[in-house]
Every structure is written in structure tokens, then in C-alpha cells.
Write a protein that binds this ligand. Structure first.
Ligand code: ATP
Ligand code: MG
Length: 218
């Protein structure tokens, strides 16, 4: 029961989906801004089980990605980490997740799917685009000064009616790949992700660096 049960209230549920390998401050800042700007009641962070797009890449286990997501969100009262997709077998599709959430909360909820604005142009062309348009609003995080032309062309070219809100997120330049690269080079993650996540990465030797017992890089 993430949300209240007042039948007269329509709750606003934000969903931040991703691989979260690892989760970082870009994700967290974007979700917090969506929470504020759109008056959301809660933001659910949902690490993907087997990401449909990354089947060819090496991805940390769902358990590790969920644990880092839980650590990163645990001190924020309106953030929740969900095991929903990591516990589902097979490849994860956003439309299925949205449909199941819609089934649970019925007409009592509006779904806001939060994503990078670059991803909006892609989502609009997905096989399930019509279902996504019907089930959720889209929230696109953009860099300040980002050119929305590509996303807007994709939306106009789509036969489906998407409701999209753009948010300017200065931390957008942070990415999980950048963090993984830093770890593999023995560089610090301080101020890029919560220290609890950094601790987990080192404790479990994720991303290719082994720590000595003194905490330094071997
Ligand atoms: P990778 O570098 O491995 O692609 P990533 O940083 O893009 O990782 P994902 O888990 O792929 O992280 O992203 C999850 C969601 O968060 C996606 O919708 C993505 O567009 C969005 N996102 C990624 N980085 C940021 C950021 N810095 N600010 C806001 N949203 C972001
Ligand atoms: Mg990405």
C-alpha cells in the first residue's frame, strides 16, 4: 500500500525505471524534481529485471541493482524501491509494468513515467507505444538548454497522443556508465552517488576494482 486509500482522491504515482547499474544522483535529482514540479505522492524506483535493451551487455545482478536502489532511496520518505521487475522472470517491458500497476490501483491513480528526454523520442516508436500513451503521462528530464526538436518531432509523428512534461535537470550529465568507468579506474564516486551506494559497490567488488583490506585499490 504505497498510496492512500481515499476513493475520492486521485493519487499521482511517479515511476522511475532503469537499469540502475548503479543508481546515481542524476536519477535521484530528476525524481525529486518530478516529485516537486508535478505534485507526485510517491516515486517508485524500479530496477529492470532483464532490460530489453541491454540483453547483449553485462549487467550486475538484479539483487545488487535492487540493493543499491534501496540504499540510495532509503532516507527519502517519498521514494520507494520496488522489487517488482527484478522478481519477474524474462525480459521486462515498460508497458506491461504500467498495465499491472494500473490494474492494482485502477482509476484511483495517475501514472507518471519518468525518463531522460532522449529516451522519449525512442519510447514513442516502441512496439507498445499506444499502450504506454494510454496508461501513463511521460516526464522527460532534459539538460538546461537541451534541444527538444527530436523528441517533439517523434511525438508529432506518432499516431498516439502522448502527454509529456519536460523538466530541466542540471545533473543530467551524470550516467551509470561514467560511474562504472570511474570505479574501474579507481576514482572516487563522492558527490555522484550516495556514499551508501559507493560502499556497496566496493564491498561487493562491482565494476572491476578489487579493494584491499585497507580500502585502497590493488
Ligand atoms: P547507462 O550509462 O548505463 O546507460 P544511465 O545513467 O543512463 O545508465 P539508466 O539506468 O539507463 O542509467 O537510466 C534510467 C533512467 O534514468 C532512464 O530513463 C534515463 O534516461 C534516466 N537518466 C539517466 N541518467 C540521468 C540523469 N543524469 N538525470 C536524469 N535522468 C537520467
Ligand atoms: Mg542510459
Amino acid at each position: 500500500p504505497l498510496l492512500g486509500r481515499d476513493p475520492k482522491v486521485t493519487y499521482r504515482l511517479g515511476i522511475m525505471g532503469g537499469t540502475f547499474d548503479p543508481i546515481h544522483n542524476g536519477h535521484l535529482v530528476a525524481a525529486e524534481q518530478a516529485f516537486d514540479d508535478l505534485g507526485l505522492d510517491v516515486v517508485v524506483f524500479m530496477p529492470a529485471g532483464r532490460p530489453a535493451f541491454k540483453l547483449d551487455k553485462k549487467v550486475s545482478s538484479g539483487e545488487d541493482r535492487y540493493a543499491m536502489t534501496l540504499l540510495a532511496t532509503s532516507d527519502n520518505p517519498h521514494f520507494v524501491a520496488s522489487r517488482f521487475e527484478v522478481d519477474r522472470p524474462g525480459v521486462t517491458y515498460t508497458a506491461d509494468t504500467l498495465e499491472i500497476l494500473r490494474g492494482i490501483y485502477a482509476d484511483n491513480v495517475e501514472l507518471y513515467f519518468i525518463t531522460g528526454a532522449d529516451a522519449i523520442a525512442d519510447i514513442v516508436r516502441w512496439r507498445d507505444a499506444g499502450r504506454i500513451a494510454r496508461l501513463a503521462h511521460l516526464v522527460g528530464a532534459t539538460r538546461p538548454g537541451y534541444d527538444l526538436a527530436r523528441a517533439e518531432r517523434a511525438i508529432e509523428g506518432s499516431p498516439f497522443r502522448f502527454d509529456v512534461t519536460y523538466l530541466e535537470v542540471p545533473a543530467l550529465a551524470i550516467s551509470s556508465s561514467y560511474l562504472r568507468g570511474r570505479v574501474s579506474r579507481g576514482q572516487s564516486l563522492r558527490y555522484l552517488t550516495p556514499d551508501s551506494v559507493t560502499g556497496y559497490i566496493h564491498k561487493h567488488n562491482l565494476y572491476g576494482v578489487r579493494q584491499t583490506r585497507y580500502g585502497s585499490v590493488e
